[in-house]
Design a protein around this ligand. Structure first.
Ligand SMILES: Cc1cc2nc3c(=O)[nH]c(=O)nc-3n(C[C@H](O)[C@H](O)[C@H](O)COP(=O)(O)O)c2cc1C
Length: 139
């Protein structure tokens, strides 16, 4: 019998919107062997070798990947073999170059992104300043 592919969802989330979407992915992928984890400064990068496919998720801050996610990729050693990935970001309005730059950086570490997505989420920077704009609170 063919081995089931193992999927890892790795995310960073400041206020929780990216985490919510990562958890939805986790639920939707329940027919696969899927694990979900937030990134941390003490992350054991060796674990990545246990998976066939990685989903990376982070919020866009100032049209760039969140600093935590940028540092996570910067500190990642180059994987021994190419591994396929799906990347998504959440943003309040406009993600700018966030996904493109992240895919480029992660490619240097042998993470090959096959697809990516941008999800509109509540704008954690603007919602409190401009509470009259209902769209700022919506996914
Ligand atoms: C400091 C800061 C900067 C942000 N910059 C942007 C931005 O450049 N473009 C955008 O569309 N949203 C921006 N946002 C909104 C977030 O991308 C959005 O709320 C995101 O879904 C937050 O995800 P999180 O709850 O997982 O942290 C910013 C939010 C913060 C707090």
């Amino acid at each position: 019998m063919q081995k089931k592919p193992r999927i890892l969802i790795l995310y960073h989330s400041g206020a929780g919107s990216t985490k919510t979407l990562a958890e939805i992915f986790y639920e939707k992928l329940s027919s696969y062997t899927t694990e979900i984890s937030s990134i941390s400064t003490k992350y054991d990068y060796n674990k990545l070798n246990e998976y066939d496919f990685i989903i990376l998720a982070y919020p866009t801050y100032h049209c760039e990947p969140s600093l935590s996610m940028k540092e996570f990729i910067m500190n990642m050693p180059k994987l021994p073999q190419e591994k396929r990935a799906f990347v998504f970001t959440t943003c309040g309005l406009y993600s700018g170059n966030s996904v493109r730059s992240f895919i480029k950086e992660s490619f240097k570490k042998n993470l090959v992104t096959c697809a990516s997505s941008v999800y509109k989420a509540p704008a954690t920077d603007g919602a409190l300043l401009l509470p009259l704009f209902a769209f700022m609170f919506k996914y």
